[in-house]
Design a protein around this ligand. Structure first.
Ligand code: G4P
Length: 531
């Protein structure tokens, strides 16, 4: 029992988010370097665009040079068992990021010190705040000329609406990035160059403000600036408030350079100490707390197909909420109403899959999925099964009519569409009472339509015709007894059903939504489908 609790207490599960190119991949790699999971930097991400297998799962990623899918990395560091959930950088996949955050207990936001808060940072930050999880900020690329750190703090506060608390403060930037000042310990960490940029762990020398040899270590002007900055900071910035950090209202900020490794160690140490062990999750049976519940329980937050061309397979990623996972165990798949044996489990570590025999709350396991799981599903060994709160689906904003070119391939087409929809990459709609003759697909980002076409062709050998439609808004109808034919709606509003037979309307404009609600006073429209 003691061992069981220790296993939970030492786990830290988080996601890293950033605007593309701010340095998320580099920071992830450096965390692996410090965790001893890789011996030398340069493995996760190869030279010039040759991203290694972690994010190489789909051709389309390579062609476009973006990371569409998420990976899970686990390593031990300083007595902690760290689980990093990687999130896609492209904005068209922010729904995927949201689901990944459902599995995380905190998030690390990487910001480019020269650019500050960028577009995608804003979007991802919003997704984080929807989850209300703690957010830690790593201001990266301090080895380049950077913006004034006070300006950066102000921008984070004003644009993102979160209070900041600098845990450390940079000493210089660009070529003169000499180190960081640790505000808690009131200590300077001056970095030492070893001539090999970022390959090995960074070395540093500790010193105190006012030390006689500090001028030599960080130069007299930087010493002076630092003393003035610290005085200003101590007087002006918010108090450090752990409760506010836990609620995502205040972000602890760290400065560093993932490329040179400077500031990576102070960040990881402090971050792991501050962030929480696995948090409880809400369910139909109340809160499921890993400390109080011994029964195994987990939920599916992501389904990934086609991870390996050699074996055509699909993996359901699950976040363990409570209990202990053992390979081969029997669990109850609540939504499927069936017992399943979790015999083939896998965890992803860089390019290799490792088989996991045992896992605990906070861990992510991948289970080979013959097509039975959907996003949000619960599995458990509890005597009285329960379901975790469902993961809301984002309202799609782009729609297209899809039909197969070769009608003989109907079976493959239906299978492909169903499976891709189960993964949560697309939502499919049909004419009321209709089937798969012709379907309308809704996606959050247009790139998902491209992925759909590509995957149907390569994985299911089906060519499709796609006609993009002018709709921009979806509203599900809550009234159960509504007759779609009798609704008073504009001619360019489309009435459809989803594949769970829930009725809905697609609109081309807000004006048409207003029309529908005004002309049909009893109509109850919602923009999130209730599961
Ligand atoms: P991302 O995952 O957030 O998209 O960013 P990624 O880590 O891929 O980094 C984007 C670019 O920024 C890379 O350069 C990377 O080397 C560089 N970079 C990351 N962290 C730092 C840092 O602390 N300082 C500096 N100066 N650069 C940094 P690239 O030229 O696009 O790729 P590569 O050819 O160098 O691998």
């Amino acid at each position: 029992m003691k061992d069981f609790l220790q296993q939970i207490e030492k786990r830290r599960t988080f996601a890293i988010i950033s605007h593309p190119d701010a340095g998320k991949t580099t920071l992830t790699e450096k965390l692996l370097l410090y965790g001893g999971a890789i011996q030398q930097a340069g493995i996760v991400k190869g030279k010039k665009g040759a991203r290694a297998a972690t994010s190489d799962w789909m051709e389309i990623e390579k062609q476009r040079g973006i990371s569409v899918t998420s990976s899970v990395l686990q390593f031990n560091y300083d007595g902690y068992c760290v689980n990093i959930l990687d999130t896609p950088g492209h904005q068209d996949f922010s729904e995927d990021t949201y689901r990944t955050l459902m599995a995380a207990d905190s998030a690390v936001m990487v910001i480019d010190a020269a650019k500050g808060v960028e577009n995608q940072t804003k979007k991802l930050f919003k997704v984080c705040t929807m989850r209300g999880i703690p957010i830690f900020t790593f201001i990266n690329k301090m080895d380049r000329d950077s913006r004034d750190p006070f300006d950066l703090m102000e921008e984070i506060e004003n644009v993102l609406g979160i209070q900041t608390y600098p845990m450390n403060w940079p000493i210089g930037s660009g070529k003169d990035f000499k180190g960081v000042y640790d505000r808690q310990r009131r200590e300077i960490l001056a970095f030492k160059h070893d001539g090999k940029v970022g390959v090995n762990q960074a070395q540093s020398i500790s010193a105190k403000l006012g030390d006689a040899d500090l001028d030599e270590l960080i130069t007299a002007p930087l010493h002076e600036t630092l003393a003035a900055d610290i005085e200003l900071l101590d007087g002006a910035s918010y108090e450090f408030d752990r409760e506010m950090v836990n609620n995502g209202k205040l972000t602890p900020v760290f400065f560093g350079s993932a490329l040179t490794n400077f500031g990576v160690e102070p960040f990881i140490k402090e971050f792991l100490a501050l962030t929480t062990p696995p948090l409880p999750r809400h369910s139909s049976a109340g809160m499921i707390d890993p400390i109080e519940n011994d029964d195994f329980s987990a939920f599916v937050f992501k389904i990934q197909a086609n991870m390996n061309k050699a074996h055509r397979d699909r993996i359901a990623f699950m976040r363990i909420v409570s209990g202990r996972f053992e390979r081969g165990m029997d669990v109850f798949h609540v939504q499927g109403g069936k017992k399943v044996r979790l015999s083939q489990s896998t965890q992803l570590m860089a390019s290799e899959r490792e088989i996991v025999d045992e896992a605990f709350a906070g861990d992510i396991i991948g289970i080979f999925d013959p097509g039975i799981f959907s996003i949000g599903d619960t599995i458990t060994t509890a005597k009285t099964p329960f379901t975790f709160d469902s993961i809301p689906t984002f309202a799609p904003e782009h729609f297209a009519r899809i039909s197969q070119v070769d009608t003989m391939k109907r079976k493959q087409f239906v299978k492909g569409m169903e499976q891709i929809a189960q993964e949560g990459a697309i939502q499919i709609f049909k004419e009321p009472g209709g089937g798969f003759e012709e379907v309308i697909v809704g996606v959050v980002g247009v790139l998902q339509l491209e992925v759909l076409e590509h995957r149907l062709k390569t994985e299911y050998n089906v060519d499709i015709r796609m006609q993009t439609l002018p709709y921009q808004f979806i509203r599900w109808i809550e009234n159960e007894d509504v007759d779609l034919r009798k609704l008073n709606i504009t001619s360019d509003t489309k009435a459809l059903e989803d594949f769970r037979d829930r009725k809905l309307l697609l609109f081309t404009s807000q004006w048409n939504i207003n029309w529908a609600t005004e002309k049909n006073p009893d109509l109850k429209l919602v923009d999130v489908a209730q599961n």
